[in-house]
Every structure is written in C-alpha cells, then in structure tokens.
Ligand binder design. Sequence first.
Ligand SMILES: Cc1cc2nc3c(=O)[nH]c(=O)nc-3n(C[C@H](O)[C@H](O)[C@H](O)COP(=O)(O)OP(=O)(O)OC[C@H]3O[C@@H](n4cnc5c(N)ncnc54)[C@H](O)[C@@H]3O)c2cc1C
Length: 451
Amino acid sequence: MTLPPSLLDRSVTDPDVKATYAVDESVGAIAPDTFEVVRARDLGDVVDVLTHAQATGTPVVPQGARSGLAGGSVALRGGIVLSLAGLTDITELDPVEATAVVQPGVLNADLKAAAAAEGLFYPPDPASSAFCTIGGNVATNAGGLCCVKYGVTADYVRGLQVVLAGGEVIRTGRRTAKGVAGLDLTGLFVGSEGTLGVVTEVVVKLVPAPDPALTALATFGSLSAASDAIVALRRERHRPSLLELLDDVSIAAVQAVSDFGFPGDCAAVLIVSADRPGHTGEDIARYAGLLEAAGATEVAVADDAQESDALLAGRRALHHGLVAKGTHFIEDVCVPVQRLTELITAGHEIAARTGVEISMSGHGGDGNLHPSFFYDPADEASRHRAEEAFGELVAVTLSMGGTITGEHGVGSLKARWLPDEVGAASLERQRAVKALFDPRGILNPGRVYWS
Ligand SMILES: Cc1cc2nc3c(=O)[nH]c(=O)nc-3n(C[C@H](O)[C@H](O)[C@H](O)COP(=O)(O)OP(=O)(O)OC[C@H]3O[C@@H](n4cnc5c(N)ncnc54)[C@H](O)[C@@H]3O)c2cc1C
C-alpha cells in the first residue's frame, strides 16, 4: 500500500522511527511487515486520511500514546497508523462553566495540571497518566486510581468532534451543564476503541479541586480480610478517593525493583486515600479505624501530602515490578465489589491447580483487578497453560456477573470473549451500529468485534 502524494509530507518514512509506531504495551503484540504511519498535524490531515482510506478500503488504526494494554493500537498489515499524538492543544479552559476543550494528543497529566492551575480537577487518573493521551482515554473509557470516588472517563466527557470513515466531521453531545436532546452519541463513541471514528476534539467536564490527599497503607494476613476491608470502606458515606489492593506476589515484585518499605510477610496491602476538602485528616483516621477493625496487622497513616506520595510510590511502581518479574498476560476483570473475595479465592485455586503463578492486584475499591499470569516465553506449553488459566478466570468472572474488561478495553486480546459477555443478539446489534458509522469496516478492523 502506498500513500497518495497529498499525504506523503505527513508520513513517517524512516524505518526505525516507523517501527516505534508498530505496537502498543499489550503482551505479545507483533509488528506487521507492511504499514504506513501518518502523523496528523490538524483536523484536515485526519479528514484526508479517512477520505483516502474509505476510497481505497485501507484499514486505519487511530493511535494516541500506544500505552494501551489490549492490543487496540497495534498497526495492521497494509494499513495506516494515524497518530493523533501531535495534536496537543488545550484550546479552552472555562473556570465558570468548569469545562475544557482539548485536542486528542493532550496528555492526561497535562490536562490535570492545566485544570489545577484554575483551582479545578480533571479526575480520570489511569496509572499511565504521565504518558497516555486524552484521545486514548476517551477511546478506551479509561479508569484508574480515583474511580472509586470519581468514576471513569465517560463521566467527564460532554461532547466530541469526530471524523468518520470517509472524512465527514461530526459533533456529538454538548458544552452545557445539562442537555437531553436526542440520543447520547457521545456515550457511543466513548469506549469504542477507534472502531467508529477518530476523536479530534473533546469537551471535558472539570470539578472543583479537592484537598491534597492523605493516604493510609494497611497490611493484612489474608486477602479475604483485605477484601472485607474494601467492602467496609465502600459503605462509607464519604468514600475514599483511592482504594488499591496488592497481593503478596505483587508486593514481592515491587520490592524486587526497589525498597518501598513493604513487609515481606503479609498476604495483602491496601492503600486508601481521603481528599474531602477540609476533612482529609478526619476521614483518613476513620478509614484507618475501619482497616484495623477488618483485621489489618499494621496501619501507617500519612501526616501530609509528601508522606502520602511515599506510601503510594510502591503502587505506582506495580506495572514496572510485574514487567521486571517476568512475561505475563495482564487481565482486567471487574466484579461486583461484594464478590471480590470469591474472585481472589478463584484466582488462588486456579494458580494452585494449574501451577501458573498469578498475581491479584489492582483497583480493589472498584472490584477491578488486573490479575497477571506469568509464563516462560521460551516454553510453548507454559504459555498455553497461562492462556488456559486466564480463560478460566474470565469464565469465573462472567459467572459472577462481572466483565472481561473494566478499563483497558477489548482490543485484540479480549475480542474472543466479548460474545460470552454480551451474547449473540447484542453483538449483532453492536455490529450493525459499527456498520452505520463505518460501512466499509476500515476503522480498526478486527478489534473489539472478532471476525
Ligand atoms: C503502566 C501502565 C498503567 C496503566 N494504567 C491504567 C489504568 O490505571 N487505567 C486504565 O484505564 N488504563 C491504564 N493503562 C492502559 C492505557 O494507558 C489506557 O488504555 C489509555 O487510555 C490509552 O491511551 P493512549 O493514548 O496510550 O492510547 P493508545 O494505546 O494509543 O490507543 C488505545 C485505543 O484507543 C484508540 N484511540 C487512540 N486515540 C484515538 C482517537 N483520537 N480517536 C479514536 N480512537 C483512538 C486506539 O485505536 C486504541 O484502540 C495503563 C497502561 C500502562 C502501560
């Protein structure tokens, strides 16, 4: 596939640079042998790519920062990677309306910083905040560490500008605080993983800034005691702004990277934060009491924001710790919080029976864990066992009324399980919606909807 002359000056020709656009952070992603890369400089570039792609039936993979963990932004053979990473303007920030208008390549952390400068807060907080883009966050409906109190990306997207296959530019949603005119097309695009259109502008809602959070870290002798503590904290009228769980495998992996002060002999760690304006000290003391009552063996409470950061540092290092530990599949299951203990028990049972080492950590306060299944990449049988164990946990999750993906998206890696979750009839309706927006199937084909 060759690009038309009109797109050549925006394309990447150096093979080494091009190769950096080939894969995302998902495990086992393989770079295709032929693909083109176009780095969009403005809306017109996106329109040009989608006009050309529609006319020629060329697959397009929209791409932000390639931090995705589900294989949704991996280049496709013979396709065009359309990078939105260069569109980095925050074009408006309205402190009265409490909204911002941003281009898709703005980093999550940069939007947070711009909002904070106006005394406002953009809550969605993926652990990849420093390097992932708002476009990617919208496309995956990203969650993160603050969802237990603040919700996910969808809760903060008011409106979008989207370029459809064929190059038509549409607007969805609204800028105003309220609005119920027509169907919620914004909601349809949020979480659609680049399969319906390319997001070129996002109107986000901001909220008043909370106080700097105070954090507590508790150790537990059993994972079930830790998940009981999560349930108790979820009942709180003033809910924690963060509630994260690490199991013993994760704690050891993190400690192997650097000494974050985690004891070596505990089964689980819970990290809890309070950010309610004027009440952080009162709230964190109450949470500490609940952690002790649930059976925590030790509870450390930060006195200030700096100590809080120190208590959170180990959690922030989790991804790197697990990567350093070894090759693994990373799951993203989410169950009703009251069933967290059952999920964790099932994970341990699968690990004991199959011999696959599994870590069970993540956003415990949402019932959203990222179990990791370790295997030896040089041993096909070991990889197969890990895949089978992974499939077993998915089945358990669905039997509990849970979902195959809480926040990373379906992408390529989870597509085979989507029919199990949504059912054949719903899948057909979803395919019909996709066909309405993308009749030639050029947008991220093969992702989400397994063919
Ligand atoms: C260390 C680490 C920690 C992470 N922690 C979290 C976490 O806590 N919570 C969480 O939810 N995720 C997390 N992630 C996953 C990832 O960061 C998120 O999925 C993020 O939203 C992806 O953003 P991106 O800019 O990297 O998008 P990409 O990876 O480039 O793309 C992701 C998907 O969005 C589509 N897409 C990208 N931009 C556009 C656009 N403008 N229009 C249409 N479609 C588009 C792509 O086609 C792809 O399907 C983590 C990843 C890493 C590596």
